[in-house]
Design a binder for this molecule. Sequence first.
Ligand code: SF4
Length: 63
Amino acid sequence: MGKKVVIDEEECMGCEACVEIAPDIFEFNDDEEKAIVIKAEGGDKDAIQEAIDACPASCITLE
Ligand code: SF4
């Protein structure tokens, strides 16, 4: 509760896994080739956790 979804953009490999799993939380920035958080306050917790688990760079965190 009250946690924020954060991507460490330095570490993001641009694989788009998180965007596919939780498109209401993450969006892909084609210019930067990195994912960004569009809904930091979160949403579907299972989808967020799934994205965290799926991220190959382990750069998605809940703070
Ligand atoms: S799953 Fe991780 S590495 Fe892949 S786009 Fe999302 S934040 Fe970047």
